[in-house]
Design a protein around this ligand. Sequence first.
Ligand SMILES: [Zn+2]
Length: 422
Amino acid sequence: MNILFRLLGISLLLTVAGCVTNPVTGKSQISLMSPEQEVASGAQNYGPAQQSQGGQYVVDPGLTTYVQSVGKKLAAVSDRPDLPYEFVVLNNDVPNAWAMPGGKLAINRGLLVYLQDEAQLASVLGHEIVHAAARHGAQQQTQNVLMGAGVLIAGVAISEKKPEVGALGMGALAVGAQAWQAKYGRGHELQSDEVGIKYMAKAGYDAQAAVELQEIFVKLSEGRNAGFIEGLFASHPPSQERVEKNKATAAKYPGGVRNKEAFQRAMAQVNKDKKAYENYQKAQKLAGEKKYIDAQSYVEQSIAQQPKENLFWELKGQLLLQQKKTDDAVGAFDKAIQANPKYFKPYALRGIAYYEEGKRDLAEKDLLASQRYLPTQIATYYLGEISLAKGNKSQASQYFQQAAQGGGEIGEAAKGKLERIQ
Ligand SMILES: [Zn+2]
């Protein structure tokens, strides 16, 4: 659990509720969050939310530039063009997209692969922009507070799987797919559909794409695609009702552009790497079944197919760690960090590998680097171990106290350490 988010929540309670005019509906509504607080919360949580969901996709930076260009076109014609919008592509197989208060958006690589043209992408981004522009996050937050349901804006949950502290369990750094999930109500979803279509039409896109998109989602949800259920569908349940409503809304607008070629060009690298990601998923599945050698042969294929993908190197490193080949694991994590130096996980894992090799200073440096991107329970635990080994008991107990708060197996181990220190 991240303390940052809790503090942010508490600070919200201390501000006086005010009436704010909704920029999309023009109606007055009660809000505990000022527009400035919204922007601040988005800015503060955007980085950790990205980290907790795979970090940014870096193999082809051109894809992000492309998504940003489409997003900016839509934001410019929205009801709040002045928000500090940002758009990123997350390196995550789960089909998902989200918007944080203040206009901080993300779309997963795993959702982009289901889209066929730029107009469909615009319909996803348009929908998410409405959540930000219409202050749905602030409204949801206000409602939660008024109902006494707590004020957690964004909780970064570190794996619910039970990791083995000493044995460097594979799950120790896994982060749940729903690590950041805005729960908007049905009304907010319908409004985002309707106004999102208006934005995309205003930006010159064919509004029919929004109907197709909703149809694709309904079809996939009927097929019970597991990824969809844990991703997009959890926050945006698709339904025939939404398809029909989108049809009616889209009929109000004239046709527009589809930009299929531009979209396919931007997606060329991801599509070319399809096989590499499939092999990676097979490797992950085998790793989950503790078949580390088999998993490694798949991940080696992924690496041969796309050596610039940091996730492939990271998994290879984890598999080597499992086989107690710490030296080789460090080498793989080096490659992962080279490929994407702005992602917390390989730093944390390399730090643990160094710790196992008795290289405490290198371990500490890496663990601290990982904490700067995303504080995790396991890195905190190992920092406690290092402080203890250095004879700094008070610092060690601070780390163990933090790690203990996270609960689970690591939490228990941290509690055990605390008892021995005192
Ligand atoms: Zn939505």
